[in-house]
Design a protein around this ligand. Structure first.
Ligand code: URP
Ligand code: ZN
Ligand code: ZN
Length: 469
């Protein structure tokens, strides 16, 4: 067989194994894994050789929680599908799952069509969609089955943002009953939005309008209560459930207890909850607005609990919740009132390095567990496995040649996200991608981007039940 590319002598890491091998690529897929694979046969063109000696070869990262080109609070997230996927690739992420939003009164199909048109000509790496459902009063429950057939097999529901995104418990329960039947997966934004709204209104009435009150009006108990309620609703419906952007120990305990009972309950956390804390709101002036997202940053002690949760499999995935808004002009919208600050922060580029650095380089967990958290489990839960999320013959050649020793200081001056600040400014990570391949093509080589807008393909995903059932 003629190979297009061979990655030689890397330390190949999957969720289960680490071994030295060559990886041969043909037609965008992994064609062979072995030692001393021949780079050409009689009459064949020589394959391009990439030397990975001394480096790790990882399956491309999968970020299952991004918001590109997303309208929010009178503005739109700053990265579109071109700049966002480009920044993702620089960080070793080769697949992302973004959220198509169904607004009240709309069919789900409209959300899917709208987000497809945002992504198709722009994405530089492969992408898929979850569908955010904000209204199930029409034919949307039946429509969930249509979307599942088209490869949109997960649905995000909100227990927060009353009047905007929030669904009542009855609607949530009906959606869970639907996924119990069609094999899909509900992703839950779990915060008690009604109670939070009361606390927010009381704070505003007391003149508490600075960015830090965004965090102080969203207590950990509001998150834990909603996580517990979401799990109970899923258990009653006989459905699996995935908690998004889990931020604190109280909520983690609810997930751990449910998993100890054997329930199909899963949760992700994000690098911001592992590296940042409520102390970031001590930044001068209005700078705290850079850290306004939901759930909010917590006291520092939660961080180690979350790292421990990742190690012990109480948490299964690290995503970014990348939802960038520029400090100037966008975060500014809430200068006089924290409720008007667009919620979200940038993170798509540094997830792999932050989790490798804090997880593996700091000795908290193994390289195999790292791969499981950032690639393999995301692929399994969201119906992309084994096409994505592993290194195996027949899988897509989404691969990262990763230097486990290279150090890098994160800064808005050097990042590739289209946003004017970094949440992780000044943090030094150990471990950086050198070369990134998307379906066999080199898209990042050091500081050069070699990908192209429109190169990314929409991924029709299998259901949670098909891969995990
Ligand atoms: O503040 C956040 N997280 N913004 C993005 C929307 C969401 O809830 O994930
Ligand atoms: Zn959310
Ligand atoms: Zn989000």
């Amino acid at each position: 067989m003629a190979f297009d590319t061979i990655i030689r002598n890397g330390s190949v890491v999957t969720a289960t194994d680490t071994y030295t091998a060559d990886i041969a690529i043909a037609n965008g897929k992994i064609a062979a894994i072995g030692t001393e694979l021949a780079s050409s046969g009689a009459g064949q063109n020589a394959a391009k050789i990439l030397d990975a000696s001394g480096k790790l070869v990882l399956p491309g990262g999968i970020d299952v929680h991004t918001h590109l080109d997303m309208p929010f609070g009178g503005t739109t997230s700053a990265d579109d599908f071109e700049t966002g996927t480009r920044a993702a690739a620089f960080g070793g992420t080769t697949t992302l799952i973004d959220f198509a939003i169904q607004y009240k009164g709309q069919p789900l199909r409209q959300a899917f069509d709208t987000w497809m048109s945002k992504a198709t000509s722009k994405a530089t790496c492969d992408y898929a969609f979850h569908c955010i459902m904000t209204d199930v009063s029409g034919g949307q429950l039946a429509e969930m089955n249509d979307l599942v057939r088209e490869g949109v097999t997960s649905f995000k529901l909100f227990m927060a943002y009353p009047g905007v995104f929030m669904l009542d418990d009855g609607s949530i329960f009906k959606a869970l009953q639907t996924t119990a039947k069609n094999g899909g997966l509900v992703c839950m934004h779990a915060e008690n939005g009604s109670a939070i709204d009361v606390i927010v209104q009381q704070a505003l009435a007391e003149g508490k309008k600075a960015p830090k009150y965004h965090a102080l009006t969203r207590p950990t108990t509001a998150e834990a209560e909603a996580v517990g309620r979401a799990i109970a609703l899923a258990e009653m419906a006989g459905a699996p459930i995935y908690i998004v952007h889990l931020s604190c120990n109280d909520a983690l305990e609810k997930v751990r207890e449910a998993r100890d009972r054997g329930l199909p309950v899963y949760a992700e956390t994000c690098p911001q909850y592992l590296y940042l804390s409520i102390e970031n709101f001590d930044a001068p002036g209005f700078e705290g607005a850079k850290y306004v997202f939901t759930p909010p940053l917590r006291e520092k002690w939660h961080q180690e609990k979350l790292w421990n949760g990742l190690n012990r499999d109480h948490l299964q995935v690290v995503s970014t919740d990348h939802c960038p808004f520029c400090f100037k002009e966008q975060k500014e919208l809430g200068r006089d009132d924290f409720t008007k600050i667009p919620n979200g922060g940038p993170g798509i580029e540094h997830r792999m390095s932050l989790i490798y650095s804090g997880g593996v380089a700091k000795g908290r967990f193994t390289t195999n567990r790292f791969v499981e958290l950032v690639s393999t489990t995301p692929a399994k839960l969201f119906g992309l496995y084994p096409r994505k999320g592993t290194i195996a013959v027949g899988s897509d050649a989404d691969l990262v040649i990763f230097d486990p020793r290279r150090k890098h200081k994160i800064s808005a001056k050097t990042h590739h996200m289209r946003v004017d600040y970094s949440m992780f400014e000044g943090i030094e990570v150990t471990g950086m991608p050198d070369v990134v391949l998307s379906r066999g093509r080199v898209v990042v080589d050091g500081d050069k981007f070699l990908g192209r807008a429109g190169q990314g393909e929409f991924l029709r995903r299998a259901t949670y039940a098909q891969v995990n059932g």
